[in-house]
Design a protein around this ligand. Structure first.
Ligand code: OXD
Ligand code: MN
Length: 580
């Protein structure tokens, strides 16, 4: 279906075509037939390689340009009219200058190429919380990935035509030249322009660009939150369903937590996935926070996925999956570090594997529809979203941060989120080594000044007395030899059980200056093989270490100057004082 020439959607697309000069325009209908035809074309052109060895079926491998394997934060901009509105954590360019630069890059860039027009809906098609967009791209790889990741095609277009408003996303792979690569956001215009990269986080515009950077801006104006959070459903042995939303920086195990398999000792519990990366949070008429997952698929990190770490993911990615930058076995099965089966013959660049080198890129990815997940919760399709019992923040910290702590109240929880930090991972090509502050796991994704964002978070306390409790977790503590102190993965359910008990007013805890922490006896440790000293150290509070941490948080917050909410500073002062 191609919309009427009078519609704003058609007029915008035609304007893009006049600038980019494609050979032809393809309006995507989102059908399986169209997907199959695009895949066939990609296989013919070398953009996808069928990899159906062993148990794998309808799976493909894409090898990206070796310079284009992760998000590039240094080339990602938020272009607000007023620099202060973007905030010190975002790169900024005046909108006019950014448009001039990008017009130059986009001019004629699709000559000889097809232009795909991808109408998509972020969130269930009938949900009032969902938001739509149109991505125009010259990459068929992007079009097939967008079909797996979003509700894409005719029904989304119908909603767009009905509502008249949509996020406008222009994407071109250009020449994949890192010197001519920009990912630009114009929140005031609800538009995105991405040039020179085919990597998911830079090119599948529904995901980070729309559902986080632009949506966080829209959310502030409309009174909701767009967050880098998984949403997980936990069914207790009594059959009660509870929902948690949890923010972790990229590549810190969100997908694994969202698809957790209970350990044998907690066999009566069931865990299902609502979302693995993004949550849109709203207060309903009763003041209950509810979440929808705007996505319809997963773009997950492959290395480390096996039957023990994430059996659901291992199952789901054997069919209808697009792999990017994994290695290959000699019988054309995808291979990655931590797969635990088979051996690689080719590395992610397609070269014979050399001894000692990693065969899969550390940020190699799978794209797969959420419906393929054996633990997919039908509630992910629910128009009103799911009621959230607790919000969880977490980072990858080898030292200091305990296994779990509970915020005293909402304001303390907002500071916990604002003070989050994590060791860097391969999901971004330029986050450097060591620990970096990553407030609410939104450092790369918050589309406006963090000061205003924290003030927006804090404002929820005045809007509801039924807000979820807030927690901080850390699965990644290590001893001096680098060994992990907590087993993680399925065993993390024991921590979630304590969190849910607390929310129901049951679980016990001790009060400390940094929050409420469980004692050993407050956790369900039945059948858990863990060294008691290791357990003591991940449940301890190192007051000296925390004083230094609070000092470093103060230095970090200081860059936000006068715009920083005073409430956050008062909360910081309260904790520092309690630490002595
Ligand atoms: C992602 C990321 O791909 O956070 O989800 O980088
Ligand atoms: Mn993410």
């Amino acid at each position: 279906m191609i919309p009427d020439t009078a519609s704003s959607a058609r007029q915008w697309v035609e304007g893009v075509a006049r600038l980019t000069q494609p050979e032809r325009i393809h309006w995507c209908d989102g059908s399986r037939k169209e997907y199959d035809a695009l895949v066939t074309q990609l296989v013919r052109d070398g953009g996808l390689i069928p990899i159906n060895g062993g148990q794998f079926a309808d799976c493909y491998l894409h090898r990206s340009d070796p310079s284009d394997v992760a998000r590039v934060e240094r080339l990602t901009f938020v272009c607000t009219a007023n620099r202060e509105d973007a905030g010190p954590h975002n790169n900024w360019m005046p909108p006019q200058e950014a448009h001039r630069l990008l017009d130059g890059l986009f001019e004629g860039c699709m000559r000889g190429r097809a232009m795909y027009v991808i109408p998509y809906c972020m969130g269930p098609l009938a949900s009032p919380f969902s938001r739509c967009g149109i991505e125009v791209t010259d990459s068929a790889y992007v079009a097939v990935n967008m079909r797996l990741m979003t509700r894409m095609g005719g029904s989304a277009l119908e909603r767009i035509l009905r509502e008249g408003e949509f996020v406008k996303g222009m994407h071109s792979i250009g020449e994949l030249d890192p010197k001519r690569r920009y990912i630009m956001h114009f929140p005031e215009e609800l538009s995105i322009r991405s040039f020179g990269s085919g990597y998911g986080g830079n090119a599948l515009l529904g995901k980070k660009c729309h559902a986080l950077r632009i949506a966080s801006w829209q959310a502030r104006q409309e009174g909701w939150l767009a967050e880098h959070m998984l949403i997980v459903e936990i069914e207790t042995p009594d059959g009660e369903k509870r929902y948690l939303a949890a923010a972790f920086p990229s590549a810190c195990g969100k997908t694994n937590l969202a698809m957790l398999e209970p350990p044998r000792e907690l066999a009566g519990w069931k865990v299902r996935t609502v979302g693995d990366d993004i949550a849109w949070l709203h207060l309903d008429g009763d003041g209950q926070m509810r979440a929808i997952n705007p996505e319809a698929g997963y773009f997950g990190v492959v290395p480390g996925t096996n039957r023990d770490t994430n059996n659901n993911a291992f199952e789901m990615l054997q069919r209808d999956t697009i792999f990017t930058n994994v290695g290959l076995t000699s019988n054309m099965e995808p291979w990655w570090e931590g797969r635990k089966r088979g051996a690689p013959a080719l590395n992610w660049k397609g070269e014979p594997v050399k001894r000692g080198e990693k065969a899969a890129h550390p940020n190699s990815r799978f794209t797969v529809s959420a419906r393929r997940n054996p633990s997919y919760s039908p509630m992910a399709e629910h128009e009103a979203g799911v009621p959230i019992s607790a919000l969880i923040f977490g980072g990858r910290r080898s030292q200091l941060a305990p296994l779990v702590m509970e915020a005293r109240d909402w304001r303390h929880g907002v500071l916990m989120g604002a003070a989050m930090a994590s060791e860097s991972t391969a999901a971004s090509s330029d986050s450097g080594k060591g620990i970096r502050r990553d407030p609410m796991a939104m450092q790369p994704f918050c589309g406006y000044n963090f000061s205003d964002y924290w003030a927006h978070w804090l404002s929820f306390a005045g809007r509801s007395d039924k807000l979820p409790r807030i927690y901080h977790v850390n699965w990644f503590r290590q001893d001096e030899s680098g060994a992990y102190l907590w087993p993680g993965f399925g065993e993390n359910l024991r921590v979630l059980q304590w969190i849910l008990d607390r929310c129901e007013g049951r679980g016990d805890a001790r009060e400390t200056p940094i929050g409420h922490l469980p004692r050993r006896e407050d956790l369900n440790l039945i059948g858990l093989d863990i060294n008691p000293q290791a357990l003591d150290s991940i449940l301890a509070v190192d007051a000296g270490g925390w004083r230094e941490e609070m000092e470093s948080v103060a230095q970090y917050l200081a860059q936000y100057g006068d715009r920083l909410p005073q409430e956050l500073l008062r909360e910081h002062a309260r904790i520092t004082q309690a630490l002595g």
